[in-house]
Design a protein around this ligand. Structure first.
Ligand SMILES: CC(=O)SCCNC(=O)CCNC(=O)[C@H](O)C(C)(C)COP(=O)(O)OP(=O)(O)OC[C@H]1O[C@@H](n2cnc3c(N)ncnc32)[C@H](O)[C@@H]1OP(=O)(O)O
Ligand SMILES: CC(=O)C(=O)O
Length: 520
């Protein structure tokens, strides 16, 4: 039996940039419970009022799978355990399971705690025995266990014995600094197993980029509890990533740590937690990343269309993710056919049209365009090449003036002349900058013909300088993301003139949006 112990809400919050509210923590708790983890370490009640609040409120949730645990340290040196503020806060938190970390490494006892080796052993034993007397289940986190073992095996084993004597229910071996490699970790766990007769757990940090590997090796060596966090969030480089460990265990090792239905929620849970953490979802993480099943190379897409197993180690839907095919200068005809099918366009591999589209993409990418983030521009390009694209308006001309007066905010004004439905429209608009003025003038000209434009907004505008060596004459790429509040689409432009690059991306964005909303 393998037990999943999630510390997203404790060690995960030790990652730079994360700060949840109590409400956030409660919502994440429910998602983790849904996912099927066995334990949720909700926080450290001795640390801050938010965590005290959390432990009160979490009692009102009806969890289906998980048990809530509270984290804390052994008592302070020279303090009676019943009087220790941290221990009192843990007992008051109302949980049935607590996780206490103690020092395994003599260096930490002398240099961090600044106490004696014997006092540390007493701190471990009597904190655990006191908590056991309170009727609690106690997991003991042996902090820095592997470094400690390599430095002073004899003392380190005494700290574990103190935990056993105190009555700990499980001992978790922690690779706190994340510096241990899998084979060394395995060797040490094998030795410990022959000396400690208690269930063991593993808590691995990712400083050597092997936290998941270390956790798998530990489980293979007979450890039964694995600690980690969703998306691998955690102090410094993070903790063992449960978003990878869960599918690895279930799909590769045949250990049913969650049900098939729960596994299919993995991607959603990963993205939900990154949203709540206010971080970008981790695009390149295995299993759950947006790019985990993104195929770019033409050779890959060609084979994939014949049999997905050729370039995927599992079906993306199993973990709630989906396949993505990208279009770029690395595409072959297969990428285009795949995308055409997505757009509902019939395209045959043996036609002149597909060769022309492919050549055009490769030429344009050489000139600085990037279609990967601009699928709407790619769809338009494809339809134009096939002669099935109808433009919604023609530009007759435009003029943009930016006025900069010393001490005043610069102001831009655009005038534009476009032909819509055989009618010439001439408008002007102001804006904070030249592109903003141009966008406003164009919208003003088109709105009476396409009222749906009211619902279409630019949500992101990115400019990338392509050849910085050319200074202010450098070519730039503009990527625009637009949305109607439900769907979003990306468009691209490239030129040595930033207004021209913006114009190209803007026109594609507006035409695509109007057509998407069926207002043409
Ligand atoms: C490996 C890990 O991830 S352990 C978890 C680390 N997480 C955190 O530290 C987040 C929460 N921490 C906090 O809110 C605060 O640090 C608190 C409330 C725990 C302590 O705050 P303070 O009392 O102001 O102490 P401070 O943070 O400066 O120093 C840590 C204290 O804990 C002591 N300590 C460290 N480990 C242990 C331990 N296992 N058992 C007992 N005491 C410990 C240190 O010796 C130091 O005590 P001292 O100040 O009396 O010398
Ligand atoms: C306990 C803990 O978080 C660690 O040792 O890393």
């Amino acid at each position: 039996m393998v037990k999943l112990y999630d510390t997203t809400l404790r060690d995960g919050t030790q990652r730079e940039g994360i700060s949840y509210s109590t409400d956030d923590k409660l919502k994440v708790t429910e998602r983790l419970d849904d996912l099927g983890v066995d334990y949720i370490e909700g926080g450290w009640p001795g640390s801050n009022p938010k965590d005290i609040d959390y432990f009160q409120k979490v009692q009102e949730l009806s969890l289906k799978n998980a048990k809530i645990t509270a984290f804390g340290s052994t008592r302070k040196p020279g303090v009676e355990v019943k009087d220790d503020a941290n221990v009192k806060a843990i007992v008051a938190s109302g949980v049935e399971i607590v996780t206490i970390f103690g020092k395994s490494w003599d260096l930490h006892v002398t240099d961090a705690l600044e106490t004696t080796l014997d006092e540390n052993l007493a701190m471990i034993e009597d904190t655990i025995s006191y908590l056991k007397e309170q009727g609690l289940t106690v997991f003991y986190d042996a902090e820095h266990f592997f470094d400690a073992y390599l430095n002073n095996k004899e003392y380190t084993l005494k700290t574990l014995q103190a935990a056993v004597d105190g009555g700990a229910d499980t001992i978790i071996l922690c690779d706190t600094n994340g510096g241990t490699l899998p084979l060394k970790l395995k060797e040490i766990i094998e030795e410990v197993k022959s000396k400690v007769d208690l269930p063991l757990g593993i808590h691995a940090h990712n400083d050597s980029d092997v936290a998941v590997a270390n956790s798998l090796v530990a489980l293979q060596t007979g450890v039964s509890q694995v600690q980690g966090t969703i998306n691998g969030y955690g102090e410094r480089c993070g903790n063992a990533n449960l978003s990878s460990l869960i599918p690895n265990l279930k799909l590769k090792k045949g250990i049913d740590v969650v049900t098939d239905e729960q596994l299919a929620k993995l991607t959603e849970v990963s993205r939900y937690i990154s949203e709540v953490a206010n971080l970008n979802p981790p695009a390149h993480k295995p299993y759950v990343g947006d790019s985990a099943f993104a195929h770019k190379g033409g050779i890959h897409v060609s084979a994939l269309m014949r049999n997905p197993e050729t370039y995927e180690h599992l079906k993306p839907e199993i973990v709630g993710n989906s396949r993505k095919v990208l279009v770029s200068e690395l595409s072959g005809k297969s990428n285009l056919i795949y995308k055409a099918q997505e757009f509902g366009i019939e395209l045959d591999k043996d036609t002149e049209e597909i060769t022309q589209v492919l050549d055009k993409i490769k030429t344009l990418e050489h000139q600085g365009y990037q279609f990967e983030g601009a699928e709407a521009s790619f769809e338009i390009l494809m339809k134009k090449a096939m002669g099935t694209y109808q433009k919604l308006f023609e530009l007759e001309g435009c003029r943009i003036i930016t006025e900069k007066t010393e001490g005043l905010t610069p102001n831009s004004e655009a005038t534009i002349k476009v032909k819509v439905n055989n009618q010439m429209v001439h408008t002007a608009a102001e804006g904070g900058g030249p592109v903003n003025a141009l966008d406003s003038a164009l919208r003003k000209a088109l709105i009476e013909f396409y009222p749906v434009l009211e619902e279409i907004h630019l949500i992101d505008y990115k400019v990338r300088v392509l050849d910085g060596n050319d200074g202010t004459a450098a070519k730039v790429r503009v990527l625009i993301e637009s949305s109607d509040g439900h769907e979003s689409w990306g468009t691209v432009g490239a030129s040595t003139n930033i207004i021209e690059a913006s114009w190209q991306a803007l026109v594609d964005s507006i035409e695509y949006g109007i057509k998407l909303k069926g207002d043409n």
